[in-house]
Ligand binder design. Structure first.
Ligand code: FE2
Ligand code: FE2
Length: 182
């Protein structure tokens, strides 16, 4: 059931968010996600933190279980391998990694049913089973939004950087405009 939460300043939100995920962030396996690239130059930990914090904010504002969203969001991609080079299970990474992430998370933390649902259903509708909670739908949407930004926004940024470099190089051969004589 949705509950109305009082409005908070951004500092209060950061403190509350931190209190939701503090124990998870202490774990070395969660921190180790910073060693795997997820999309482009974004590491898995950076991606999970974005998904977790945005889902926390959305759930807080909608009066939902923001703690479960923050925790499930942080652990939703705890598959712990570089999916570009490693394939620990038969099947496509997109289909298999939610199950691997949930198994890893359950081995390390005591999660409630909502947090587990968030992790296992985050690839819906690719994985067919419907999410059971509104928080799971929110994490699922935020995950896709973040992935889209990481893939396309980063590509746009790199194209822009390339274009700037090209312009700088081009200015070397730019025709020199003679000063106007008065
Ligand atoms: Fe994922
Ligand atoms: Fe993800």
């Amino acid at each position: 059931m949705a509950v109305r939460h009082i409005s908070l300043s951004s500092i209060q939100h950061h403190r509350l968010y931190e209190s939701c995920v503090h124990d998870l962030m202490q774990h070395e396996d969660v921190r180790s996600m910073d060693g795997h690239i997820h999309h482009n130059r974004v590491t898995c930990l950076e991606h999970c933190l974005s998904v977790s914090f945005m889902s926390y904010l959305a759930c807080y504002r909608l009066g939902l279980d923001y703690r479960a969203a923050a925790r499930g969001g942080l652990l939703h991609d705890l598959y712990l391998y570089d999916w570009h080079h490693t394939k620990p299970m038969e099947g496509l990474h997109g289909f298999t990694h939610p199950g691997i992430a949930l198994r890893n998370a359950n081995l390390r933390f005591l999660l409630n049913e909502r947090e587990q649902d968030i992790i296992i259903k985050h690839m819906w509708p690719m994985t067919l089973r419907l999410p059971r909670h509104r928080e799971s739908y929110i994490v699922c949407l935020v995950d896709k939004y973040c992935a889209f930004l990481e893939v396309f926004h980063d590509r746009r940024k790199r194209n822009l950087e390339r274009f700037k470099k090209f312009c700088q190089a081009a200015s070397i051969v730019k025709p020199c405009i003679p000063p106007i004589s008065i």
